[in-house]
Design a protein around this ligand. Sequence first.
Ligand code: PLP
Length: 311
Amino acid sequence: MDAERTQGTTKHVAANETDGFVYVNGDFCPARQATISVFDHGLLYGDGVYDTLMAWNGFLFKLDAHLDRLLRSCRAVKIEPPVSRNRLRDLFLETVARSRLRNAYVKCIVTRGTSPAPLLDPRHCTPGLVIFAVPYPASADPTKAKGVRAKITSIRRIPHDVIDSRIKSLNYLPFVLARLEAIEAGYDEALMQDAQGYVCEAPGWNVFVVHDGTVVTPGASILEGITRETVIEISTRLKIPCNVRAMTPYDLWTADEAFLTSTAGGIAPILEVDGRSIGDGQMGRICQAIVQEFRRMLESGEHGTAVTYGR
Ligand code: PLP
């Protein structure tokens, strides 16, 4: 796909600091003015992939790991991104720079795009590219760990033989329905099992438990989260044993500590699962140590790529 098409003409519009900035198929515009075609296969069929990053303190956290994951997702679903990896990297940085946000929630969506007829056939589509940087939601501040009460829901994760869980696709309906089920039952968040009944992850989060001083996280039927990878890295650094293995509901109900991890929410301790309090119902000692190191990493710009903000 030629880079020229999506690079297109760049409109120079003053950044609206409150709402953020968007790149859509070649143009930059303030968040509120961004539009895409109603015939985009991303909208019509959920036919696309995405990745979520965070700019913290003026640094894009683990930018290359996110780019790699996004491009692996594109490859897996056979969507050719409309720009090269280098151009994509520059566009991420430029979108954040134009937003003028030092703490931003950044998303890149690559869709199958539009075709001459709005039918399912993906062959004649021209891929679409959207990148946005909006203010980081205060409620999800990754440096402020908030406790959640979680429910193991009846909705299972899409089996990996239907869609490989490592693909970050636009098909999030099971996650949405699981969260709705949990909220309607009076909980904050859902925990989901895979087709075999193992607890694998939560809508938009990976899951960890702590048993007898060892941190455990599932390795199958999950999106391989960048925050999860960071927590594994921190555990090694803090000399906390860490195992990647299957997890049952029993492992959660009987855990000393449990927590969720994501770019959009940082590290959130789980204080209760299915009406059973975890540990003493407060954030545990090991989770606290990991959160502290994670905060330090974010604030210091470790693993961060500096955004160059214009004047
Ligand atoms: N699991 C799922 C299904 C997700 O959608 C996400 C993030 O969006 C995660 C886990 C956490 O991944 P990351 O830490 O890279 O944000």
